[in-house]
Design a protein around this ligand. Structure first.
Ligand code: FES
Length: 142
């Protein structure tokens, strides 16, 4: 393929969906709570970020910028305050993007910036009702 003729695409990059399985004894649990209230728990490895985990497991998270902290479509809400307090502080870039997120809460984070670790084992995050880059499904008639 002639690389010089490749066109820019806004489709999330295809590097997702290649998460390595956790090493035995180092499995970390993370639970996503969907807009509908369904809970989905996965065993993942240290270093996996929440956007990649969501995409790999067909959790509805848009990730419009491909995880480069340039949108707010991977917005998640950490369910437990104590778990939120264990996380590293968001960077200025993350805070700037979070300011654009709909439904911002005290425990909001960007999924692509949150990496799993031993400390975050058992993390539960809720998906917001809407993101700024809204999808057709957000407008589906009820
Ligand atoms: S995917 Fe765009 S900021 Fe996380």
């Amino acid at each position: 393929m002639d690389r010089s003729r490749r066109r820019f695409s806004t489709t999330p990059v295809a590097r997702h969906n290649h998460l390595d399985p956790p090493k035995p004894g180092e499995e970390r649990k993370v639970t996503f709570v969907t807009k509908e209230g369904d809970r989905h728990t996965f065993e993942v490895a240290d270093g996996d970020n929440l956007l990649d985990i969501a995409l790999e497991n067909d959790i509805e998270m848009e990730g419009a910028c491909g995880g480069s902290c340039a949108c707010s479509t991977c917005h998640v809400i950490v369910e437990d305050d104590a778990m939120y307090d264990k996380m590293e502080e968001p960077t200025d870039d993350e805070n700037d993007m979070l300011d654009l997120a709909f439904g911002l809460t005290e425990t909001s984070r960007l999924g692509c910036q949150l990496k799993m670790s031993k400390e975050l084992d058992g993390l539960v995050v809720k998906l917001p009702q809407m993101t700024r880059n809204m999808q057709a499904s957000d407008f589906a008639s009820k």
